[in-house]
Design a protein around this ligand. Sequence first.
Ligand SMILES: Nc1ncnc2c1ncn2[C@@H]1O[C@H](COP(=O)(O)OP(=O)(O)OP(=O)(O)O)[C@@H](O)[C@H]1O
Ligand SMILES: [Mg+2]
Length: 433
Amino acid sequence: MLSLRTRLITITLITITMSWVMGIAFSATAGWLTAVSCLALLLIHQLWHASKFTALLLSPSYGEVPVAMGIWGEIYYRLHKLVKGWRDQVLEVEHQHQRFIQAIQASPNGVVMLNEDDQIEWCNAIAEKHFGLNARRDAMQRITHILRKPAFVQYIIRQNYREPVKLTGMGDFEQFSLEVQIFPYGDKQKLVLSQDISQIEKTDAMRRDFVANVSHELKTPLFTIQGYLLTLLDGAMEDKNIRTKYLERAEKGVERLIYIVKDLDMITKLEVGEINLDVTRFNIVEVIQNVFDLFEMKASNKNITLTFDSRYSKPIWVMADQEKIQQIVTNLVVNSIKYGKKGGTTEVSIEDLINNKVIVRITDNGEGIEKQNIPRLFERFYRVDKSGARSEGGSGLGLAIVKHIIEGHDEKIYVESQIGVGSEFSFTLEKTK
Ligand SMILES: Nc1ncnc2c1ncn2[C@@H]1O[C@H](COP(=O)(O)OP(=O)(O)OP(=O)(O)O)[C@@H](O)[C@H]1O
Ligand SMILES: [Mg+2]
């Protein structure tokens, strides 16, 4: 390719030569006319391309290179190459930016970017949920105008971001407990990161409740035992009758302690999934009959009848852990006696369900349970306050154990109850031939 200077010199030489030849061949005027015409043509050519070039700069098109002869062809080609290079760079940066945004969007944490005036520049979807923000609506709003929790406002003002701050009741429905921390970056910008700690808080509260409940449940029998022993040591030991009576009562307290510890042990093992199920084929009718035999005395003390709804003369075979199912039936039957009314009835039925299942129902006509208490029955230590529960004694672990065992079998448990009318607890089991 010829350089611009060479081209200019060549064009000038051609023009001079043509004008000189015309001047010699015809006249001096003809020579001048040729020179002026050549220069005019050249000028028009340059002006035309200059206007085309300006139009191109004003609205660049990346696909096509305008066709032109000589120097303008080269200019167009070089410009096109330059613009294409820039465009590729922009596309690459845009692509990287998109990937970066996608990565932040995928993060389980909320991310908000603030400028030096604490205005929201950008936030991800999780942050929108955590803080009840709307990325578009709230863009360039000062974060403290939207997030007005005093703890957060103080945190921003104090400018000590070494530790996170805990915020409760966050989100549109105040459903989140968050741990929020600010990380300054760049030129006085800030990154606000939020982590949902609702579940951790809940587990923590449950653990605290659990410890409080365990100590409460253990305290009662311990103090009873201590009371009787101290009275005996204080002299009651001398009286043979009182001695036996008090020792028997202290023994009852120990029995109660053992009962609670056993239940606690059981529920702990069930919760950490330590208990393996020993699934065998057994006759559920026989298991229920066993429980009836074991608790007949306890029931008759309250004049309660333990009965099947009909005669189950043939065995009903099920597949499950026999010992654990017997424990479930025991807990439910004992509850029906404890919370049953004097002279009442506990009736057990076994019915076929679709999908090779049977459903065992344990129904009583006792005190019943109020609707609002039903969802909480299977919680550890939950006892309905107004029921005979307090006078009857119990740790509120029975139904929690029942639920764990049933769920361990992948089966279902149901409760229906009406206050003053009675309760029905039912669970499913896998039927076999
Ligand atoms: N058949 C029932 N009728 C009425 N209330 C019941 C019945 N079964 C359970 N409840 C209520 O549910 C609560 C929880 O029962 P759960 O068996 O878990 O504990 P508990 O019987 O109090 O103690 P535990 O079984 O550990 O000795 C009871 O305290 C009682 O208030
Ligand atoms: Mg119970």
